[in-house]
Design a protein around this ligand. Structure first.
Ligand code: LMR
Length: 329
């Protein structure tokens, strides 16, 4: 009897001692992404961690997993809905199973530059798109820039006919598939983590990406030509799950959001700097020749790819396409 009492008492004591430790456990935000740390997204995520952990010391801990260490972009949103990761920033091309409207950003030659992209994202129509994942249990917390995409290949690409028959890696987007089919090329949807090897082994002939991704993942070392096409945009949406976000204590959520907004501002600054400096590093490396198009050559790409807009108008909405296009003015 005495032994039983002692056992019960010691169990209660253990619980009592363990309880405060459990209650004080910090909230953990796992932030998963696929790019290197020396990129706009990598820098943004690291800054977010620093700001949150400084402002919410002991209350919130941010664990950043770069370079697809935790999840690739195909799995990350599913994992988020299951609570295995709390934040991510997939490119806007990777949401098609959750919403069709974000396909807008993949339309070739829709935005003339990053200023136009930014104007549209900050407009009421652009801000509305942050809510487009809501029915699926996800919240868009903000946009982050990377930059305009360029075409890299194993041969010189000056006019659309040069791309005919070549295999290009694309992100998991039907619009991007249509864009390459429009010039007679063969698109292949592959994860970002596989691109370097696919290029190196010549399993594919080319790919499209920003200067920052081409540089940080060393694609330029295995692609002898890069055409400065600026034919599309690669930007991100920082997302979280509704369940996680709404479950954050009311005094914590605004601090996390403010820290994210500041980290995004830094990421955008890095993006704009890297679109110049990473291009310069690639050019200076001598590993890859950067090809500049004449206006006439560029117009041929526009003419060949622009019919894709009509193809996806039904899924995206004409009004939205017009609103985005008008941000060029
Ligand atoms: C890609 O897959 O090419 C990009 O989405 C990678 C990234 O996140 O910038």
């Amino acid at each position: 009897m005495l032994l039983k009492k002692i056992t019960v008492l010691s169990a209660l004591l253990c619980l009592f001692l363990a309880a405060p430790a459990f209650a004080n456990k910090p909230i953990v935000i796992k932030f998963s992404h696929v790019v290197a740390e020396n990129t706009p997204k990598g820098q943004m995520a690291n800054k977010f961690k620093a700001l949150v952990e400084e402002r919410l010391a002991g209350k919130v801990e941010v664990k950043v997993y770069p370079s697809s260490q935790l999840f690739g972009d195909k799995k990350v949103l599913q994992a988020m809905l299951l609570g295995d990761v709390q934040m991510a920033a997939p490119s806007l091309s990777k949401f098609k199973t959750y919403t069709k409207t974000l396909q807008l950003f993949d339309l070739p030659f829709l935005f003339k530059d990053m200023e136009a992209v930014d104007r549209f994202q900050q407009s009421p129509a652009g801000q509305d798109l942050l809510k487009s994942l809501s029915k699926k249990g996800l919240i868009g917390l903000g946009y982050l820039h990377n930059g305009m995409k360029q075409l890299s290949a194993s041969k010189v690409l000056k006019v659309p006919a040069d791309a005919k028959g070549l295999k290009f890696r694309i992100m998991g987007s039907d619009v991007l598939a249509a864009q390459f089919q429009a010039v007679g090329a063969a698109p292949l949807k592959k994860p970002f983590s596989e691109v370097f090897t696919l290029l190196q082994t010549k399993a594919i002939d080319g790919q499209e990406n920003t200067w920052s991704n081409i540089y940080s993942k060393k694609f330029f070392e295995v692609q002898p030509y890069i055409t400065e096409s600026d034919h599309g945009v690669l930007d991100y949406m920082v997302v979280t799950s509704k369940e996680f976000w709404m479950g954050l204590p009311d005094d914590i959520r605004p601090v996390v959001k403010k820290s994210l907004d500041e980290a995004i501002a830094l990421g955008n600054k890095v993006a704009s700097e890297k679109s110049v400096s990473d291009k310069k590093k690639i050019t200076e490396s001598g590993r890859s020749e950067v090809i500049t198009l004449t206006d006439a050559e560029r117009n041929l790409w526009v003419e060949a790819m622009k019919p894709v807009w009509k193809q996806f108008e039904g899924q995206i909405g004409k009004e939205l396409i017009d609103a985005a296009y008008n941000s060029n003015k």
